[in-house]
Each structure stands twice: as structure tokens, then as C-alpha cells.
Design a binder for this molecule. Structure first.
Ligand SMILES: Cc1ncc(COP(=O)(O)O)c(C=O)c1O
Length: 382
């Protein structure tokens, strides 16, 4: 079955003429930094995620950084983050001078284990960052019950278009943070979005992404006195998204639901076609969740598999199929391990996910033949 010419990437963005025309149009206007196209993208994103405010930035990492910073979190404060996530969920807490406190995950959903949350909360906890990993929302009802008044920052980097009990990601906590990196369902090359229901917070986030300026460059440019500079009453950052990216974002966002529907169909195909493999656990989620299917992440049960996970990944690579671990256990990464003296088994769920998760290709450039080829390849492993 090996076909040396076939190469199925773990993820590939779908961009075409419409994105090209959008960039071209934007380039010809002469307005290249955050401007009308970013505003249009923000309006569309807010509408799709049923929130009143969306603020575009340069990545989910900068969105998360602004979210933590906007709450005034700093040295001496703690922020609870799941131990299995992309490293930047924890890094942004460090960037604010605060301490990330890890909580284990439930390896079935890969999301924060709510039964362990209360023991991670202390008098110093200033926020919790539930991650909607791979497009599946965290158990927000239980998290809210345990968190009480503690602000919740949704790390929805992977969760554009996902929903929990009918409410879209981004409107489930105090703020939501999204990514438009090319591995996400919709992309602007790099890019991110913050969402919130709180108008004051939205206004602060808009200033913070633009050096703390009292008005945006576009407002100043088109205002009555464009020759006067803005006021700077707070320290801020340059996390502005370009209008070129905003233009691409409007086109991509228009395709989001179609992309998710297609991914959902193929995820169901995988789950059905792979159910006979006793050594491979397919992703599971409750009925009340609308999964965003950013990735399809399986778990290799090494007590039953014919070989270890990494050997399986190599075999698949040899026949042109890209795979990846889902993400990493952050407490096992050198920086966190050494700084906080953490051991792999401090968070066994995260460790298991770190060692056994395996994302297989799921994206909108794949054909029926590609999916069948991957299913066959997995069944041939022995
Ligand atoms: C859970 C999670 N958080 C944050 C990020 C960071 O996103 P970005 O690359 O847009 O900064 C990612 C990216 O993969 C992610 O998966």
C-alpha cells in the first residue's frame, strides 16, 4: 500500500482567489495597518461568536497576554492553567510576572479535569484559563461553579466556531482568545482575536493592543485634528493586526461553518472506520458540545499496540502520512520543570496525553481517497 508520491500533511490551509483578491484590494487602498478590514473582520467574528465585542491582535498568544495583563495580574498572583496545552497558555502568565498553577487534564477529552480544579485555586488565584483544546470546549458550567467570581479567560485558540451547550466559544467566560495560525480551521497567516461581553474591557483591550493610545490610528487619521497625536495614559503594546490579514480573515471566516461541517463528517468517518482497532482510542465528546474539529487527536494505548506511539508515527511518516503529538505537557518542558521543580507524574493525565496522543490529518484539502488511505495504513500496522 505504500505510495512514495503521496504526502498528506497534518494540516493545510485552504486559500484561493477570494483571499488573493482581498489582499490585493487591501494593498491598493494604501491603508495597511489595522483599519477598515480589521474592523469588518472583528464585526463578523463577534457576530459569528454571539458576543458584542471582538478585538483583533497578532496571535492567540498576544490575545492571551493582553487578557491576563488587562486584569491587572502581576507578581504575587496566580493563574490556573491546564498542564496539557500549547506552551503559550502558561508563558503569558510568566510574561505578566505571575505564577502559572497547573491543573491536570482529563485524558478522555484532553481538557481541564474539573474534579481537580478546586485544589489548584488559592487566595492568590486571579484568573483561570480553561483551554478548548483541539476545538472541544472545556466543561465551562462546572468550571464556572467552582471558579465563582474568579475571571475566566477562554483559550479558544483552536475553537473558532465551537460551542458549549449552544453558546459559542468566546462568550463563555470573561474574555475569549482565538488563533488564526495556519494550523487552525481559518487562518490569516498569523493572527488572533479577543472577545468579551464587557464594553469597558473591550475599550481597554483596544488601547492596550495599540501602545495604550487613547484613539486608534484610523480614528486619528479620519478625525478633525489628524495632526495631533493620541494621549497615552496607560502602558501598552503593539499587537495590531494588519489590514491585509483582516481582509483575508473576512474571506476565511465566511468559510468557517462549511469547513467545520466537512471536518465533522470526516471525523465521524475516522471514528467509525477505526473503531475496530483495540489499540487506538478515538476522540470522544458529549452530545451537548459542538466540536470545532481543529484537529482529530487519537490516543495510542501502548499496552495493546503492536509498537510504541513514536514507532507508529514513524511507520505512518514512511508511507507519506504526517502525524503529531496532540500538544505537550507544559510541566514537563524544561523551563517549567526546572523553575517549579515539577515531575512528570505530578500531572498523570497530562503526561499520558503527552506520551500517547497522536493527531492524524484532518483538514479541508483532503480527499476521500486520502482519508481511506490513512484508515488502511492504520489497519495495516501490526
Ligand atoms: C491551546 C493553544 N493556545 C495558544 C496557542 C497559540 O496560538 P498562536 O500561535 O496564534 O499564538 C495555540 C497554538 O497552537 C494553542 O493550541
Amino acid at each position: 500500500m505504500s505510495n512514495p508520491l503521496r504526502r498528506i500533511q497534518i494540516s493545510e490551509p485552504v486559500t484561493g482567489d477570494a483571499e488573493w483578491h482581498a489582499v490585493r484590494e487591501s494593498l491598493t487602498t494604501g491603508w495597511l495597518t489595522s483599519g477598515p478590514k480589521v474592523r469588518e473582520f472583528e464585526t463578523m467574528f463577534a457576530r459569528r461568536h454571539e458576543v458584542p465585542h471582538a478585538v483583533a491582535v497578532t496571535s492567540a498568544t498576544t490575545a492571551l497576554h493582553l487578557a491576563v495583563h488587562s486584569l491587572g495580574i502581576g507578581p504575587g498572583d496566580e493563574v490556573v492553567v491546564p498542564a496539557f496545552t500549547w506552551v503559550s497558555t502558561a508563558n503569558v502568565v510568566e510574561m505578566c510576572g505571575a505564577t502559572p498553577v497547573f491543573v491536570d487534564i482529563d485524558p478522555t477529552t484532553f481538557n481541564l479535569d474539573v474534579t481537580r480544579l478546586s485544589q489548584a485555586i488559592s487566595a492568590r488565584t486571579r484568573a483561570i484559563i480553561p483551554v478548548h483544546l483541539f476545538g472541544l470546549c472545556a466543561e465551562m458550567d462546572a468550571i464556572k461553579r467552582i471558579a465563582g467570581d474568579t475571571p475566566l479567560i477562554e483559550d479558544g485558540a483552536c475553537a473558532s466556531g465551537a460551542a458549549y451547550k449552544g453558546t459559542p466559544a468566546g462568550g463563555l467566560g470573561t474574555m475569549g482568545c482565538f488563533s488564526f495560525h495556519p494550523r487552525k480551521s481559518v487562518t490569516t497567516g498569523e493572527g488572533g482575536m479577543l472577545t468579551t461581553r464587557d464594553p469597558e474591557l473591550a475599550a481597554r483591550l483596544e488601547m492596550l493592543r495599540n501602545h495604550g493610545a487613547s484613539v486608534s490610528e484610523e480614528q486619528r487619521h479620519h478625525g478633525p485634528k489628524p495632526y495631533l497625536l493620541a494621549e497615552f495614559n496607560m502602558m501598552g503594546f503593539n499587537y495590531r493586526m494588519t489590514d491585509l490579514q483582516g481582509a483575508v480573515g473576512t474571506v476565511q471566516l465566511g468559510k468557517l461553518d462549511e469547513f467545520i461541517q466537512e471536518r465533522k463528517r470526516w471525523a465521524a468517518y475516522y471514528t467509525e472506520s477505526l473503531s475496530g482497532l483495540s489499540w487506538l482510542n478515538c476522540p470522544e465528546h458529549p452530545e451537548y458540545q459542538d466540536h470545532g474539529w481543529q484537529s482529530y487527536v487519537t490516543k495510542v494505548d501502548e499496552s495493546r499496540s503492536p509498537m510504541p506511539r513514536n514507532a507508529i508515527m514513524q511507520k505512518l511518516q514512511d508511507v507519506g502520512i504526517s502525524t503529531r503529538p496532540g500538544t505537550h505537557a507544559v510541566h514537563m518542558l524544561g523551563y517549567y520543570r526546572d523553575k517549579y521543580d515539577l515531575k512528570p507524574d505530578d500531572f498523570p493525565g497530562a503526561r499520558l496525553a503527552n506520551d500517547c496522543s497522536m493527531a492524524i490529518p484532518l483538514h479541508n484539502r483532503m480527499t476521500a481517497e486520502d482519508y481511506a488511505y490513512i484508515v488502511d495504513a492504520l489497519h495495516s500496522i501490526r
